[in-house]
Design a binder for this molecule. Sequence first.
Ligand SMILES: Nc1ncnc2c1ncn2[C@@H]1O[C@H](COP(=O)(O)OP(=O)(O)O)[C@@H](O)[C@H]1O
Ligand SMILES: [Mg+2]
Length: 217
Amino acid sequence: MPSAIAMNVISQKNVIDWLRITAHLMHENKTYLTQLDSPIGDADHGINMDRGFKKVSEKLEDFSNQDIGTILKNTGMALISSVGGASGPLYGSFYLKAGMSLASKMELSLEDLYTLFKNGLDGLKIRGRASLGEKTIVDALEPAVESLKKSVADKTSIDEAIKKAVRAAELGMLSTTDMLAKKGRASYLGERSIGHQDPGATSTLFIFKALADSVIQ
Ligand SMILES: Nc1ncnc2c1ncn2[C@@H]1O[C@H](COP(=O)(O)OP(=O)(O)O)[C@@H](O)[C@H]1O
Ligand SMILES: [Mg+2]
């Protein structure tokens, strides 16, 4: 009974579920993300993420006969074309680059999953020129990518690796509260940006939570 066995691959169907659940979480947390963006931004992060992933949701049916690389590339293009805020091109670059090295793949090993996130992180960092500690998406994403790297080295199961990555993203997100923003709108506030959790780091945690929900039985 294969369903009772923890599979050590992520299927193309899991990837589509991941995007569906991400869209659901962005919708459920639209107000929360927008509230986080209110004191240190322009109160639209939830609106932006919900709009972008709604567009992705419209593509899910087409994705059913596409390989994982193509699915991720099309996700990136949907986000770039539909989101006006900074987060559109940033997450768009993430998914575009994430898909690049996975062309023609219909399933992913843990190593492939790491490659997906590492390439995505690199793409996002090139686009946003942000590094760790600047109160951005990078502060949740990079620790989670590092956690996946360690799990590959430790030959951890995919389920365990994803659980650890979620925890790393969460700790990274929480660490943004005490940071001074150096990138994006929040940076205009200088010292006054301290004491607020970063909205983008928070939406990144939802992306990891959705991955856990789609893969872990
Ligand atoms: N240069 C950047 N690199 C990485 N993330 C960034 C950068 N600039 C902004 N962000 C992220 O984008 C989030 C804001 O997104 P959003 O509100 O949708 O866009 P905008 O700032 O254009 O209104 C911030 O909370 C931050 O995490
Ligand atoms: Mg905003």
